[in-house]
Design a protein around this ligand. Structure first.
Ligand SMILES: C[S@@+](CC[C@H](N)C(=O)[O-])C[C@H]1O[C@@H](n2cnc3c(N)ncnc32)[C@H](O)[C@@H]1O
Length: 229
């Protein structure tokens, strides 16, 4: 019996990248690989599918405490630049952006405000699990959303973030709410506060998504000032 030739295989679509992939990253290399293929579809897919509002929550937490001295701000793990967009919408400063993924930084570099001005200043390839090639005391503010989410970026990143922060710099940093206790963030900030390194941390539990299936997911945004000590 003659069988029909098998149909040509269906082209395999790029699997839908989303929360599961993002939460399963374990190393900087995993991260580089994922965001290299995700950069151009991150906003049209993940952000819009889930109504991702976390970057706006971080920008709002920062602006609620910022004064006019907060000119030099660093967005760590800036990705495609959504915290910067939030800051611009709230009349805030134009941040520099740092990220492990050059492809995500390229997207951030394309962002402009309503008057066509770039949302970001310098865009810096850097790894928060290593030393940063930035000078001591360079920033009046540090912001971050969605970066202290993956297992590999832990409390150790704050050694370098404190170093690049000026005396009195304002931090507004989003942290996965489970990791906050389990991975030692709470303990680290308590110790840093006790030793006088930072001011008393203020904690906000913020929604991450507007989409119905994730509407109850919360992250912690921790805010404090570096004392420079
Ligand atoms: C979920 S995205 C969040 C991006 C953006 N802040 C937002 O909220 O849309 C996480 C970002 O953190 C960056 N990232 C992860 N690990 C990092 C590391 N070790 N150093 C610097 N950036 C890192 C990723 O490349 C990615 O752009």
């Amino acid at each position: 019996m003659v069988e029909d030739a098998p149909d040509a295989p269906e082209p395999v679509a790029e699997p839908h990248i989303g929360l599961d992939e993002a939460y399963s990253l374990k190393t900087p290399e995993d991260n580089r690989r994922l965001y290299k293929k995700w950069a151009t579809s991150y906003e049209a897919g993940f952000v819009s599918d889930n109504g991702y509002i976390y970057p706006l929550q971080v920008a709002a937490a920062f602006m609620d405490r910022a004064d006019s001295a907060a000119r030099r701000v660093l967005d760590v793990g800036c990705g495609t630049g959504l915290v910067g967009v939030g800051l611009a919408e709230l009349g805030g400063p134009r941040p520099d952006g740092l990220d492990l993924s050059p492809e995500m930084l390229d997207e951030a570099g394309r962002k402009t405000d309503s008057q066509g001005r770039p949302i970001y200043g310098d865009l810096i390839v850097g790894d928060l699990t290593a030393s940063l090639s930035l000078p001591d005391g360079a920033y009046d503010g540090i912001v971050s959303a969605g970066t202290f989410t993956h297992g590999h970026v832990g409390t150790g990143a704050f050694d370098e973030l404190y170093r690049v922060a000026a005396d009195g710099a304002l931090f507004a940093v989003g942290i996965n709410s489970d990791h906050y206790e389990e991975r030692g963030f709470s303990e680290r900030f308590r110790d840093d506060c006790d030793s006088g390194r930072i001011s008393e941390p203020e904690i906000r539990r913020v929604p991450i998504f507007e989409a119905r299936e994730h509407v109850d997911d919360r992250a912690i945004v921790v805010s404090f000032r570096s004392t420079g000590r």
